[in-house]
Design a protein around this ligand. Structure first.
Ligand code: ZN
Length: 352
């Protein structure tokens, strides 16, 4: 195009020369003829460059220099409104961004194959999401809980099901770059009223460990509420029938707590119950063996690491979150910290 403009310019010049009528007014007209197409070319190049930058940023977690863009990608993948969308349009585009119409931001599909064997997946344990009158460690206030969920979201965590973790351990599977499992023991009603809406807001789902005899009693969730959470992607496991120390029971009682609770919850909720959480985290070999033979695929233990593997499939490492009112304390126990743009520098290790 530039060559064609130059040729056009030269042809005019030679024509002008031929007729020997060169004056300043004509030169100005020639100058305008030359510069207008060049400006148009330059403008087109700018638009092209900006489009490339924007497409690149919205498609990539790794090289984005604007965390809002990362968030926007993830927000869309969670089917949430992208309320900071204009930020991505502005990023790196100078002041004349209105040259461009907004481009759609693609949902992120960033996954990495992990396992089989040990995988690094943090599992958090909550009980009540409510204000505690007695400063009980089993309470996390709704405000504090919201702060924690926001931090997880800001840092690029994605909730996964325990079923997916088991698959990663046993066969290996694609996992999000920062997977996390968020569990709630005992089935408190505030899990439904206070935790569920906040987690939904951040596109998270959790795992409920329900005590058969507690379900539907005052202050505990009923089957309908649990089914509503399941319909939204939540998992349910058994936390026994009566919440007793299983190691203190006779074999018949153990059978009832471990085997019968599974059948009971499956009937009441109409879903498969695949994992178990030992009441008080207390277990012995007999209890673990019975849990295995009852058909559960995994069980939650307690611990302070996030290494999950075949050797602890029935005692998965799970860390309790206590009401500390200090977000730094919560942040310090997370395996990956900081903005999600640094994801590739922090890939979780996996070993066969
Ligand atoms: Zn419990």
């Amino acid at each position: 195009m530039k060559n064609r403009v130059t040729a056009y310019f030269l042809s005019i010049l030679s024509s002008v020369k031929e007729h020997a009528r060169v004056n300043s007014k004509l030169l100005l007209q020639i100058f305008v003829l030359l510069t207008v197409p060049l400006n148009t070319i330059r403008a087109l190049q700018v638009v092209q460059a900006k489009t490339t930058v924007q497409t690149f940023e919205s498609a990539s977690f790794v090289n984005s220099t604007n965390s809002e863009v990362t968030h926007a990608s993830r927000a869309l993948s969670n089917n949430r409104p992208v309320d900071f969308y204009p930020v991505s349009i502005r990023s790196g585009l100078g002041n004349d961004s209105d040259l461009l119409a907004p481009l759609p931001i693609q949902p992120s599909t960033d996954l990495i194959f992990q396992g089989p064997g040990t995988v690094l997946v943090p599992i958090l344990l909550y009980h009540r999401i409510d204000r505690s009158l007695t400063d009980s460690q089993y309470y996390v206030s709704p405000d504090e809980f919201e702060e924690q969920m926001k931090l997880l979201w800001d840092w690029g965590y994605t909730t996964i099901s325990t079923e997916l973790l088991v698959k990663a351990i046993e066969e290996g599977t694609d996992l999000p770059l920062r997977p996390i499992i968020i569990t709630f023991d005992d089935g408190h009603l505030n899990n439904y009223t206070n935790a569920f809406p906040v987690m939904k807001k951040y596109g998270f789902t959790g795992t409920l460990y329900i005590v058969g005899k507690y379900m539907g009693t005052p202050e505990y969730m009923n089957a309908e509420q649990i089914r509503e959470m399941v319909a939204d992607g939540w998992d349910v496991g058994s936390h026994s029938m009566s919440h007793l120390d299983l190691t203190s029971l006779d074999p018949q009682q153990q059978q009832y707590e471990i085997v019968e609770s599974r059948r009971f919850l499956e009937t009441e909720l109409g879903i498969p119950i695949q994992t178990f959480s030992y009441p008080f985290g207390v277990k012995d070999t007999t209890v673990v063996n019975l849990t295995y033979s009852a058909g559960y695929t995994a069980a939650m233990g307690t611990g302070y690491t996030y290494d999950q593997g075949t050797s602890n499939l029935f005692a998965l490492q799970r860390r309790g979150v206590n009401g500390t009112r200090d977000l730094n304390a919560f942040a310090s126990v997370l395996p990956w910290q900081g903005d999600a743009v640094y994801l590739l520098a922090n890939l979780p290790a996996s070993s066969p």
